[in-house]
Structure formats: C-alpha cells, structure tokens
Design a protein around this ligand. Structure first.
Ligand code: HEC
Length: 379
C-alpha cells in the first residue's frame, strides 16, 4: 500500500456570490496556498483571491520583441546579403515592405510561445496529474458547484482549524483530499522509452508512407504525368552551357512573340509616310474599333472624339479629333500617337494590340465623316 498524503481540505458552495465571499474571507484569514474551482469564470475572483497580475504578459512582451527583431534581421540579411534584388526600383532595404512580415511574426511568436510557456512553466507539462483529478469534488465543481481548496502546504495550515473555518464561511461537503506520491508523476510516463519508441515508429511509418505515395507511387511509369522532362528552371544552374548559367539573354536580333519593335520610334513624319492601315473599313472592323475607342480613348477624348473629357478636369482636356489637322492626317500619324503617345497623352502600345489600333483609326474616320457630312452623304 502506498502512503496517502493530505493534499488539501475542500468545500463546496452553491452560488458565485458565496464563493466570492469565501475567497474574500480566506484571503483575510491569511491563507495563501489555496485555489478556487468554478464551472465558469467568475468576475472579480482574482481580486477576491488577492491574486497579483500574471507574469505571462512579460513573457508575451519578450517573445513579441524577439519576433519583431528576428524577422527584421532576417529580412535585412535576405535583402542586403543573401539575395539583393531590385523590386519595383525600390532600395534593397525598403522597410515599409517589412512591416507586414514583422507584424505577423511578432503576433505569432508572442501568442504561440506564451501558450507554450503557460503549459510548460505554469502547468508543469508533461506532468499532467493533479491530486484533485478524479475526485468527487472536481466532478461537482466542473458541473454546477463552486469549490474552494485550501492546501496542506499553506504555512498556517491545520486541518481542524481549516475545516472549522470553511464551515463558518458557509461551505458544504467539507472534506480532505489525499494523494499518492506515486500518482503524482503520471506525466513522466510521456517519456517512457516504449511510448516514445511507438510514437517515433508511427511518425516514421506514416510520413514514409505519405512520402512514398505522393512522390513515388503516383508517378510510377507509365503514369508519370510527364514529370520527367529535360527543362530549365528559372534562376537554376544548367550543365548545358559552359558557364553553368541557366538563364540566358535572348540571341541578338531575335524578337519575342507579340513584341514586334516599333520602327518609327520618335519619327512621326516617317510613320505618317510609311504606315498604311492594313484593315478595310468593314462593319466588323468598325464595330471592333468602336468598342476599343470607347474603352481606351473616350474617357479623355469623349464618346464622339470632340475632346469633351469625362474626367472633369482631372486630366488636361485633349483637342478635338475633328480638327482639320487630324482629319487631314494620314492614318499613320494617328497610329503613331496611339503607339508613342504625344506630350501628356501616354502611349497605349501595351494595352491595345496593333490590329486594334488600326481598327480604332477606322472608327475615328467614321466619327470624323459623321461630323463633317457632305450633302452627297445624305443621299
Ligand atoms: C489620358 C487621356 C487620354 C487618352 C485615354 C487618350 N488620349 Fe489622345 N490625347 C490626350 C491629350 C491630352 C492629347 C493632347 C496632347 C498634346 O498636348 O499634344 C491627346 C492627343 C491625341 C491626338 C492628337 C491630337 C492633335 O490634335 O494633336 C490623337 C490623334 C489622339 N490623342 C488619339 C487618341 C486615341 C486614338 C486614343 C485611344 C487609343 C487616345 N488618344 C487616348 C489624352 C488622351
């Protein structure tokens, strides 16, 4: 038989008011080693028990600061030393970009490490046994009763006196709780070699099985999903070239698909002379030109190209496209303005394909003709 030690004397109460009162009395009577167990948090209990502010907040502060500094130092190392990369023309050490990451890591470390500290330091993990576990007292206070438990290790503890005291403050079902020294180190079984061994074996089997299934089994020939390909990955070295660099510059004189260089850069006169509209003014072309004109040009030039911008003065109003000047321009000149821009009007080369630019011009011609209709057009 194991020897039983006295852990505490417990008493039960029926209402939150009674337990708050009892806590007050216990503090006033000078007991320091006692605890209150309630089925739900009771407001004002910390004050009634004379509890000081928890030190967990200090831990959270330290972990938060650790998160902030370590993340900023890490990003500094990445952006200045390990992989300096120009992003959007910003300086390498661009602190606004660090704010979200630093914030997240601060919150993450502060919260996760505080919980770990609480469990390990305050709750003494992995020891998860407590003399009150499995007692009738604990069953009641986790259901509908409010309990107080004055511990035997209190300096002024005297079983008889405590029992009388609890009866005086209105406690019911007053009784001692004993514990077995051997039971108390339950928790150490977590480090039992057999248990750890089974845990490790399970981990190895499960992760090995998962790895094999997802990385090998699913890709066995002939169902390899074409995953085995000789290819070059961005920013990876390659044995194919003598200098070992995988990413190459384009061969000189080559042109990327869809990126034909514009031969009349800065030469509007040559554009006017040499460019010819390849599209005929068919209904499809004009419809397409109308759509694109209304999308890209009308915000500034107005729906009918009269220069009546919808932007209400937020951008300089463009001139009308019904001027004699633009009406007499060859198509190449308008094409040049769309492609290169003109003074404050920006280039639309990256938004509008070449064919669409020519279609827009056909539509502008329609608008111009409609604005300057001749007698013969009406017949
Ligand atoms: C952001 C507003 C804006 C948009 C969008 C815009 N333009 Fe312009 N455009 C202007 C301004 C402003 C001018 C006058 C530029 C200058 O001072 O030379 C101009 C000038 C022009 C001219 C020359 C007119 C002349 O008399 O010199 C043409 C042609 C023209 N735009 C066509 C277009 C076409 C076609 C589109 C659609 C693809 C378009 N613009 C889209 C603002 C715009």
């Amino acid at each position: 038989m194991n020897e039983k030690h006295l852990f505490a004397v417990t008493a039960l109460f029926d209402t939150p008011d009674e337990i708050i009162h009892a806590a007050h009395e216990t503090t006033s009577a000078g007991y320091t080693r006692f605890d209150i167990n309630t089925p739900y948090p009771v407001h004002g209990m910390d004050k009634a028990m004379g509890l000081k502010q928890s030190r967990l907040g200090v831990f959270a502060l330290v972990f938060g600061l650790l998160g902030a500094t370590s993340s900023v130092l890490f990003m500094t190392w990445v952006t200045l030393i390990d992989y300096p990369l120009v992003i959007g023309g910003k300086p390498f050490w661009s602190w606004p970009a660090f704010v979200p990451v630093a914030f997240e890591i601060t919150v993450l470390l502060a919260s996760v490490l505080s919980v770990v500290t609480m469990i390990v330091l305050y709750f003494k993990f992995p020891n998860n046994s407590h003399p009150l576990h499995d007692t009738p007292y604990m069953k009641k206070v986790s259901s509908n009763k409010f309990g107080i438990c004055i511990q035997a290790d209190d300096p002024t503890f005297n079983q008889k006196a405590v029992e009388e005291f609890l009866a005086k403050v209105g406690g019911k079902e007053i009784g001692p709780v004993f514990f077995d020294l051997e039971d108390l180190d339950h928790g150490q079984h977590i480090f039992d070699p057999k248990f750890i061994g089974v845990l490790a074996l399970t981990a190895i089997l499960v992760s090995g099985g998962t790895y094999f299934t997802f990385n090998k089994l699913l890709y066995m020939e002939p169902f390899s999903w074409m995953s085995a390909q000789a290819k070059l990955k961005a920013q990876r070295p390659s044995d194919l070239f003598t200098d070992g660099i995988g990413m190459r510059r384009p061969v000189e004189g080559t042109v990327a698909r869809g990126f034909l260089p514009y031969p009349f850069k800065g030469k509007p006169d040559e554009a006017a002379k040499n460019l010819v509209n390849p599209l005929l003014p068919t209904k499809e072309v004009i419809d397409r030109g109308k759509t694109k004109f209304l999308t890209y040009c009308s915000p500034c030039h107005g729906n009918f190209a009269r220069g009546d911008s919808r932007l209400a003065g937020q951008f300089p109003n463009p001139p009308t496209l019904h001027s004699d000047k633009v009406r007499n321009w060859p198509d190449g000149s308008i094409y040049h303005v769309i492609t290169e821009g003109q003074n404050v009007m920006p280039s639309y080369a990256s938004q509008i394909s070449r064919d669409d630019r020519w279609a827009i011009i056909q539509y502008i011609r329609v608008l111009q003709r409609a604005h300057n209709a001749k007698e013969s057009d009406l017949k």
